[in-house]
Design a binder for this molecule. Structure first.
Ligand SMILES: *Cc1c(COP(=O)(O)O)cnc(C)c1O
Length: 223
């Protein structure tokens, strides 16, 4: 298998016009395929296991911007803290505190997105509306975390063919984004709505996404 270059060119052209960032989701794919996209000029890649991410980071060019898009356990933050560009799936203050602690060790400020649970499936991680409200309200605790920045929200729609349902879920996430972007904590600077994958990115962009995470469309189906 190799990268679908034609799909990449078509996708990236459209996304650039709409000022949407493409995170190429390279989980389970070999470094050779990541390199193919890198040679085409692509720099943003997403992985969802810390070990796989750390290994690929060590094997590939240093100017790649690595996105962590999986569920992050507190004891794994240390594996990626020295280099990660953006952590998409944060869903607790405890995790933010650990990211802050690890970032500080490297003299870095790590950008984070809060994951919001918008799908109807039970299995997906993330905060609900109340949890987001509660976390955002912890202004003193958040302000103390000088080595992180909360830059927006991330969400995954339900796994369904019902486009109206998907649209409604993305719309809901964008509403939460707009509401919470008004907060005035120094390290709470909303700018990114990460929503949309291979099957639903067009709907996500129509509903206000400015960062899509796309894997199978570029790399083919995962085995
Ligand atoms: C795997 C994954 C994607 C990409 O999914 P595709 O359907 O292959 O585009 C996006 N976001 C997250 C969080 C993922 O785990």
């Amino acid at each position: 298998m190799s990268v679908n270059e034609q799909a990449y060119h078509q996708l990236i052209q459209g996304l650039k016009l709409q000022k949407v960032t493409l995170v190429a989701v390279s989980k389970t794919k070999p470094v050779a395929e990541i390199k193919e996209l890198y040679e085409l000029g692509h720099r943003d890649f997403g992985e969802n296991y810390t070990q796989e991410l750390a290994e690929k980071h060590s094997l590939l060019p240093a100017d790649i911007r690595w996105h962590f898009i999986g569920h992050l356990q507190t004891n794994k933050v240390k594996h990626i803290a020295s280099f990660v560009q953006l952590i998409h799936g944060v869903d607790s203050l405890k995790l933010l505190e650990e990211i802050n602690k690890q970032a500080k060790k490297y003299g870095r400020i790590i950008d984070c997105l809060l994951q919001v649970h918008i799908a109807s499936e039970e299995t997906k991680f993330g905060l609900d509306k109340e949890g987001l409200q509660e976390l955002g309200g912890k202004e003193a605790e958040l302000a103390a975390l000088k080595n992180i920045r909360v830059v927006g929200l991330m969400g995954m729609a339900s796994f369904t063919g019902d486009k109206d349902k998907i649209r409604g879920e993305f719309r809901y996430l964008k509403e939460l984004f707009d509401r919470h972007s008004r907060r005035k904590t120094p390290n709470w600077q909303f700018q990114t709505v990460s929503m949309g994958m291979s099957a639903d990115y067009k709907i996500a962009i129509e509903e206000g996404s400015n960062m899509v995470r796309i894997g199978s469309l570029l790399f083919g189906e995962r085995g």
